[in-house]
Design a protein around this ligand. Structure first.
Ligand SMILES: [Zn+2]
Ligand SMILES: [Zn+2]
Length: 361
């Protein structure tokens, strides 16, 4: 049996182990992809530190942000635009929803399909084995939609489009238009928050404000479209942060708030939104209670889970077409080899990097 090297979580909070994992036989329409870059996401760190939502069962190949080169295809495949997919194409691929449940077929909200398949939390010792991205190879199930990566986009940035960036695009999709007089405030200066800054600016926001930390990430955010940033480490009091937002918004609060930190940031975010404003909740993890009577009047509260296949395409197209305007490559702060997985995961856990990439030669 052929095998692939993979970074496996064998015990929560213990160092990951590089192991040989079986490469499954391909079934009709599926692909085997040789990974060229796998970026790490905060979720990978949360999952490593303990089971997420109680549903994780070990061993798991970590990672769910892959970009790879097609190595084998079982039968004929086309990409999301209808073009043939061939061996050697550089691709990313979507998650899979069932297509036939109420959420998929009636509500047309496939991201909350109860039978949805995603990567980076599947057992490495059970058939189909290779469903985590920190591995030499990944199995791509037949129902995945395939998106070819434009030449202008690096493999690491393409990999980041497979979770962080496409989730941003989904958020903006749910939000709708941004008017020219509107201020967007972003909570959180991780990859999602910073990418949101670029998209908000590009969609025509009057100004983009960001509250986050540390300073290194905020510097990248400025170059990625944030007009003003506030370092939480320097301004630890919420009252002072509110005063800063009000100074920038005529005393009203932001027209639109993106929560790209954790759910624990929601109460503060709501307090920074004007009456009638729109709130987009993306960051996961953390908990908070919301006082209904403290909510802004006529609030619109949108939550975002994952992304639909078109958001993978939108994120890649955004980077390819705006590459002269925003320094997307600065978001990938460090590259590591597969053997350095523990170093990379630790750098993410300590917020030393915006995004860490595992790269393969
Ligand atoms: Zn993710
Ligand atoms: Zn479904």
């Amino acid at each position: 049996m052929r095998t692939s090297r993979a970074a496996v979580i064998k015990q929560f909070n213990e160092p990951l182990v590089i192991e040989q994992v079986p490469i499954p036989e391909l079934d009709k329409g599926s692909l085997l992809v040789r990974i060229v870059a796998s970026t790490l996401c905060g979720t990978d760190v949360h999952r490593w530190h303990g089971p997420l939502g109680g549903g994780d069962s070990l061993p798991i190949i970590t990672g769910h942000e892959p970009c790879g080169i097609v190595e084998e295809i079982c039968g004929e495949r086309t990409d999301i635009l209808g073009n043939p997919v061939r061996k050697g194409d550089r691709i990313v691929w979507s998650y899979v929803s069932c297509g036939s449940c109420y959420y998929c077929s009636v509500a047309v909200q496939p991201c909350i399909c109860p039978d949805r398949a995603s990567w980076g939390h599947n057992r490495a010792d059970q058939h189909l084995y290779l469903l985590g991205s920190c591995a030499e190879y990944m199995y791509v199930p037949a129902p995945c939609l395939i998106v070819k990566v434009p030449d202008e986009v690096s493999s690491a940035s393409a990999a980041a489009s497979a979770c962080a960036y496409r989730t941003c695009m989904h958020g903006f999709d749910r939000l709708g238009a941004i008017k020219a007089h509107e201020t967007v405030l972003i909570q959180g200066s991780g990859p999602i928050g910073i990418f949101c800054a670029a998209v908000a600016k590009d969609m025509g926001a009057k100004q983009v404000l960001m509250i986050g930390a540390p300073a290194k990430r905020l510097d990248v955010a400025r170059r990625m479209g944030a007009d003003a940033v506030l370092n939480m480490e320097e301004v630890p009091d919420q009252k002072d942060r509110k005063a800063w937002v009000h100074e920038h918004t005529g005393g009203r609060g932001a027209d639109i708030v993106f929560q790209a930190a954790t759910n624990a940031a929601v109460p503060e975010g709501l307090s920074l939104l004007r009456g009638g404003g729109r709130f987009v909740n993306i960051g996961v993890g953390g908990r908070a209670a919301i006082a209904v009577d403290a909510m802004p009047q006529q609030l619109t509260f949108l939550t975002v889970r994952s992304g639909e296949p078109r958001h993978w395409l939108q994120a890649l197209d955004f980077m390819a077409s705006r590459r002269d305007r925003y320094p997307f490559e600065e978001m990938i702060s460090a590259s590591y080899k597969l053997d350095q997985i523990n170093e990379a995961m630790t750098a993410m856990a300590n917020f030393e990097v915006v995004k860490a990439a595992i790269t393969f030669d």
